[in-house]
Design a protein around this ligand. Structure first.
Ligand code: FMN
Length: 197
């Protein structure tokens, strides 16, 4: 079954990345300002949490991709402890998506190999399995920089690091006038995703 039906008859995808895509595209359609801005929290070696905003640059069936300075605090934190949390907050829609998972460096070659739409804006690619239409969310400027630098990829990838956050928990939270709020929590298990609402 591709879908999950809640007690209140709300239909959700069984896979949180499909559900993310549905909410994300809706947020874009509804004109939410910068729907790809997300807050990422990391932990220092002495377990002090630190949060900041980054831009989601792509997503696929494995997770959420962002870029950062390889020497940044967050990059150092992730090197020592890959456990991170992400928050997408779309106040205009009274919606929040909270993600817990692990961050892993991706190779820039991976991103280049996916390019199918060089027009900038919202591109898309079909990943290896062909099952999930993954999305690139690249501004024209960023895309141009990547393409310009692709010949000196090694040099570039020492400066800018890409990370994929693979979720093990995703909570979709919807504010609601009648019942105040509803939330759907996806938890990864050995058998797949368990959903509670
Ligand atoms: C709207 C917005 C988008 C941002 N996008 C990014 C980003 O995609 N990557 C990044 O490294 N920093 C981004 N920043 C800056 C980070 O929030 C942060 O200040 C910087 O990366 C240093 O963080 P750190 O020292 O904790 O690693 C953004 C900031 C804002 C306000």
């Amino acid at each position: 079954m591709k879908y999950y039906k809640s007690k209140r008859n709300h239909i959700f995808y069984r896979n949180p990345m499909n559900q993310f895509e549905e909410w994300f595209l809706y947020a874009k359609d509804m004109g939410v300002m910068e729907p790809n801005a997300m807050i990422i929290s990391t932990l220092s070696t002495d377990l002090h949490p630190s949060s900041r905003t980054v831009m989601l640059k792509a997503y696929d069936d494995r997770g959420f991709i962002f870029f950062t300075d390889c020497k940044s605090k967050k990059a150092q934190h992730i090197k020592n402890n890959p456990n991170v949390s992400l928050i997408f907050l779309w106040l205009e829609l009274d919606r929040q998506i909270k993600i817990e998972g692990t961050a892993k460096k991706i190779s820039l070659l991976e991103i280049f190999s996916y390019f199918s739409d060089k027009s900038g804006g919202m591109g898309s690619w079909i990943n290896e399995s062909g099952k999930f239409k993954a999305r690139l969310i690249l501004e024209k400027k960023f895309l141009d920089t990547l393409l310009h630098l692709k010949n000196s990829l090694v040099k570039f990838s020492n400066i800018i690091c890409g990370y994929r956050v693979t979720p093990n928990m995703v909570e979709f939270w919807q504010g609601n006038e009648k019942t105040l709020y509803e939330s759907f929590i996806y938890t990864k298990t050995d058998k797949g995703w368990n959903i509670t609402s």
